[in-house]
Design a protein around this ligand. Sequence first.
Ligand SMILES: NC(=O)c1ccc[n+]([C@@H]2O[C@H](COP(=O)([O-])OP(=O)(O)OC[C@H]3O[C@@H](n4cnc5c(N)ncnc54)[C@H](O)[C@@H]3O)[C@@H](O)[C@H]2O)c1
Length: 251
Amino acid sequence: MELGLKGKVALVTGAGSQIGFGHAIALALANEGCDIAANDIDLDGAKKTAAAVEKLGRKSLAVKADVTSGAEWESMVKQVLDKFGRLDILVNNAGGCSPFKPFLQMTDKDWDFDININLRSTRNGMKAVLPQMVKQKSGKIVNITSGAGIMGGMFTSGYASAKAGVIALTMGVSKEAGPDGININCVSPGPANTGFAKNAPPGFIDNFPKQLPIRRLTTTQDVANAVVFLTSDAAADIVGQVLIVSGGPAP
Ligand SMILES: NC(=O)c1ccc[n+]([C@@H]2O[C@H](COP(=O)([O-])OP(=O)(O)OC[C@H]3O[C@@H](n4cnc5c(N)ncnc54)[C@H](O)[C@@H]3O)[C@@H](O)[C@H]2O)c1
């Protein structure tokens, strides 16, 4: 199957965590021939991922930006275009969750954190890259959502609401961008042992596979494979969808 990813330029947000989805996505895209802009709020982490990309023989750029800020997005996209001259793929992966809490104990600060880091960031990212993709008359965007955004999340109501918003945003904007040759989709990972897992209650992640048909935890490579597919020519007809990569439906 020809993926058509050779020579494409991809920007992956939240790619600094060396055990996270973003790192695995950046390397998987580089393996298929993409040059990579690795973003994170943690510049050292982004630099490590950029160095790993270069080891695979592709060009890279480490960019520090807080994805909740529209101004920082503008500056980041400018840096990517200055270095590579084009931008073909955006993976809105950076995200996070306020501490797990019952709904009635959630503060406005918790709510704003969840909405900003997951939903506002995704909106900011699409707003920043779409003008360039429209100019190129092509582009692929993958937004990382979560099972919590589909089924609701117990003790994570803000996070779940934000991730549900990511799905609605993806579907809506995909209808506007499709005529310009731009495919926008979501990947919804199951719980995985990334930096994110540190936030979950003890045992939550490790015990999760017992509930799954396939009895194994989602890996960062599972999610990276799905992103490679959705950003490839093989997924040219897939628009506004949620690809669930989670070992099957949990009860
Ligand atoms: N791990 C899971 O169980 C799971 C399940 C479903 C969805 N997700 C989603 O996967 C995505 C990636 O998370 P992960 O699991 O790899 O966790 P992670 O903590 O390993 O990685 C998240 C990365 O995002 C970066 N980041 C945080 N705030 C940022 C900001 N404001 N600007 C730029 N970068 C920022 C962090 O520094 C970190 O490198 C998130 O959107 C998360 O909601 C995770």
